[in-house]
Design a protein. Sequence first.
Length: 585
Amino acid sequence: MSLFQVYARALQYLAVHKFRVGAIVIANIVLAAITIAEPILFGRIIDAISSQKDVAPMLLLWAGFGVFNTIAFVLVSREADRLAHGRRASLLTEAFGRIVSMPLSWHSQRGTSNALHTLLRACETLFGLWLEFMRQHLATAVALMLLIPTAFAMDVRLSLILVVLGAAYVMISKVVMSRTKEGQAAVEGHYHTVFSHVSDSISNVSVVHSYNRIEAETRELKKFTQRLLSAQYPVLDWWALASGLNRIASTISMMAILVIGTVLVQRGELGVGEVIAFIGFANLLIGRLDQMKAFATQIFEARAKLEDFFQLEDSVQDREEPADAGELKGVVGEVEFRDISFDFANSAQGVRNVSFKAKAGQTIAIVGPTGAGKTTLVNLLQRVHEPKHGQILIDGVDIATVTRKSLRRSIATVFQDAGLMNRSIGENIRLGREDASLDEVMAAAEAAAASDFIEDRLNGYDTVVGERGNRLSGGERQRVAIARAILKNAPILVLDEATSALDVETEARVKDAIDALRKDRTTFIIAHRLSTVREADLVIFMDQGRVVEMGGFHELSQSNGRFAALLRASGILTDEDVRKSLTAA
Ligand SMILES: Nc1ncnc2c1ncn2[C@@H]1O[C@H](COP(=O)(O)OP(=O)(O)OP(=O)(O)O)[C@@H](O)[C@H]1O
């Protein structure tokens, strides 16, 4: 994207509140006109003093300019602050909504902290540029536009010096921008690496402590920051050189105005006051050009951040729901996978040609070695991932044709890692159903055998659980997650290793709740503890993304296949059981 395209697109994010922005623009034009009038007035005062005229009215006018300038500046700043802060808040909310709705595969590909970093930096950048533009640079730009014609009206010869000075500034900035374009993009890349490292280490602080990684992680960060600085120094050097060259250009122009102005005064072609006004113009021009250069540097530095953000936005927009997506309603719970295949991006992992059909109300156990694709399969059912091939039908409706929202309303999931948010226990359970009463929340907790430990806590249901529920034990987290699914009361239930962290006694209590919940619901159970899948109507044994065995629990346990071998290995089935069943067959 060219610089122009980047900022044309950036403006689309800012083109709101047109009336308020218009008022700021008008105020800035007035402010700029006063800024130009001041050196002229100053020159007139000097002339009046030297010819011993009355300067009081001009001094009064000058004071009036000062008061008006101050009041207008405060009002413009206040309005600009409000506009820019408001825009930052809305941009963050809008972009957050889109990003958070992206499939998990997108997040794992993009990197959650990377996306977060891009989003926050883009919000800050757009906000900062917008604020400075409205507060300061708009007036600067208008002042520069008014200054040159005013100067030309006074004296063409001295004005040409100002034009050459302006052109020198622009040329120097252009050269520096083209020389540092790649360097600046590299700086952005290094910023991402630094941020990802910091966020990865801090979010895994227990591992960092337990494995004595504090120094090592700090060393690693130092390495990344060094790389960042190595990329950043040459860019900064170029801009420092530009400042030096600008200073030389300003000094030369100032001297030229003085020398030529003196000659013109001596020849009687120009008054002293006019030369003084021109020196004021030159000073104004230098100050404003410096401000514009600083703004141009910011615009240039922000370019890579904004491009990164636009890429993020584009990848998000591509995945929005089609307008004609239907609503999945009145689900009974028949689930069919028809030749489903899915690959993770940049990975050989996924699932291949999975087909099965489960009747409404049945329990389906998905078993198999770790990494076999069990979680991926249930994620596909919820359209966390989109299959590359095949169809998934619920009650005969292809789930690709309905909104994700309606699909997910029909499914309650207990995640492998419980998935608790840093909120109170009550709020975590209520994620199942927002409008549930406290009594309903408590009943769900009771059914999930969670009420005892919750009520033992000082703040009961108001106890805040910490990030990812880290202030609860693994078993407590799972019971809160089960209570949440119970409260949701959806026709399809997914239990992904839902009871793996529970002791035998608690698991037995929770099992009663789950058994009650399973009734009249299609339930998918993923479990390594095979005792929990005994009641399954259908067992799907997966390995390396494929279904290798499928059938009823008794049918598979009596065959001499991998499921039976696994049952024997876990002591659920003895060799004697198998021999008996084979003989009977
Ligand atoms: N986002 C991802 N990108 C690339 N590969 C992935 C991703 N998520 C999972 N995988 C890989 O896909 C395979 C299946 O993962 P999945 O989580 O479905 O296994 P699973 O059978 O549920 O394992 P477990 O019993 O250990 O939970 C694994 O090899 C895993 O490494």
